[in-house]
Design a binder for this molecule. Structure first.
Ligand code: SF4
Length: 292
C-alpha cells in the first residue's frame, strides 16, 4: 500500500500580507476531530490518500438507521406520521454493517424499532419542524461553518418564535444538561440557525432515544459567542499546523497523537502508532448489551 502523504504542498488556507485570509471551511465533526486528537484530524482531512480505516462499527450503523427513519417519518404526510409507519421506514434504510451476525442484527433492529415507536408517540405529528437533517451555514471572521442538524424545531418562546436545535442520540450512556451545555456542535448549529431563520435560537436539546430522556441547555448570546470563539481558536490552530507542514515541518509533530480511551474506537487505531497500544474493540461491542 503506498504511504499516505500530508497535503502540505497545497494548504487550504493561505494568507498573504495585507490580504484577508481565506475562511476555514468546517463542520462540527471536523473541528471536533482536531480537538479530540490532532492526528486523527490529519488522517481524516489532510493525508491523501487517507490511511485505511478499520471495519464499520455496528453502533454507527444503528445510529444512521435511526436517524434516517426519523427523517423519513417527518417526510411523510401528516396523517401518516404514526408509529405504525416505523417498521417499514426502519427496514427500508436499515444499515447492516458491523454486526456480529444476523441474530445480533435482528435483536438490534427490534430494539431500535421499540425506541422509535416510544419516541414518536411523544411527538405531535402536526408539528412541522423548521428543518429535518437541515444544513445550516454561516460565516464568522475566521470560519465558514456548515453542519447538518438532526432537527430544528419551531417553538414559541417567551418573546416570540424561536428555533430549537434537536440532536438525536442512540449511544449507551445517558446524557445530562452538562452534555447539552458543553456541545460545541449544538451551539454552532444554534448560532447558524439564528442567522439562517432570522429568529432567536438559544435552546439546544439532546434526545436520547434508548432512555427517552431529553437533556437541554439554554444558551445566551455570550455563551454562543464563547463557543464560536473557541471554534475559531481551533480553526486557527488547524490552519497554523497545515501552514507549518506546507513549509516543511514534520507532520507528526504538527498533528500529534492524543492517546486515550477514544483510541479503542478510532477508525485509524490499527494505522496509528499510538492507537496500536489501545485495546481492540469488536465492531459490534457497543451493541452487545442490547436485548429485546
Ligand atoms: S488511535 Fe488514538 S492517537 Fe491515534 S489517531 Fe486515533 S485517537 Fe488519535
Amino acid at each position: 500500500m503506498p504511504p499516505t502523504k500530508s497535503r502540505g504542498a497545497v494548504p487550504e488556507q493561505l494568507g498573504f500580507d495585507g490580504m484577508p485570509e481565506r475562511l476555514f471551511v468546517c463542520t462540527p465533526s471536523k473541528l471536533g476531530a482536531f480537538e479530540d486528537c490532532p492526528r486523527r484530524y490529519r488522517y481524516s482531512y489532510v493525508d491523501r490518500p487517507s490511511p485505511p480505516k478499520g471495519p464499520p462499527w455496528a453502533h454507527n450503523s444503528l445510529g444512521a438507521s435511526v436517524h434516517t427513519a426519523l427523517k423519513n417519518w417527518y417526510a411523510q404526510p401528516v396523517d401518516r406520521r404514526e408509529p405504525e409507519a416505523l417498521p417499514g421506514l426502519l427496514k427500508a434504510t436499515w444499515v447492516r454493517e458491523g454486526y456480529r451476525d444476523v441474530d445480533q442484527e435482528r435483536v438490534t433492529y427490534r430494539v431500535a424499532l421499540r425506541w422509535l415507536e416510544t419516541y414518536v408517540r411523544g411527538l405531535d405529528p402536526l408539528d412541522e419542524p423548521l428543518g429535518v437533517e437541515r444544513v445550516v451555514a454561516t460565516k464568522t471572521a475566521v470560519l465558514a461553518f456548515n453542519g447538518r442538524a438532526d432537527r430544528i424545531d419551531a417553538r414559541q418562546g417567551p418573546d416570540g418564535p424561536e428555533a430549537v436545535i434537536v440532536d438525536y442520540k442512540t449511544g449507551r450512556s445517558g446524557l445530562d444538561a452538562d452534555d447539552a451545555r458543553g456541545s460545541q456542535a449544538l451551539a454552532l448549529y444554534a448560532y447558524a440557525a439564528q442567522r439562517v431563520f432570522r429568529r432567536p435560537s438559544y435552546r439546544v436539546e439532546l434526545h436520547h432515544l434508548p432512555t427517552g430522556t431529553v437533556a437541554t441547555h439554554e444558551h445566551t448570546e455570550e455563551s454562543l459567542a464563547r463557543k464560536v470563539s473557541r471554534a475559531e481558536d481551533t480553526a486557527r490552530d488547524i490552519m497554523a499546523a497545515e501552514r507549518a507542514v506546507a513549509a516543511g515541518a514534520d507532520p507528526d509533530a504538527e498533528f500529534p497523537t492524543n492517546p486515550g480511551a477514544l483510541c479503542s474506537w478510532c477508525d485509524f487505531r490499527r494505522f496509528c502508532p499510538a492507537g496500536q497500544e489501545a485495546p481492540a474493540k469488536d465492531p459490534w461491542e457497543s451493541v452487545n448489551h442490547l436485548t429485546v
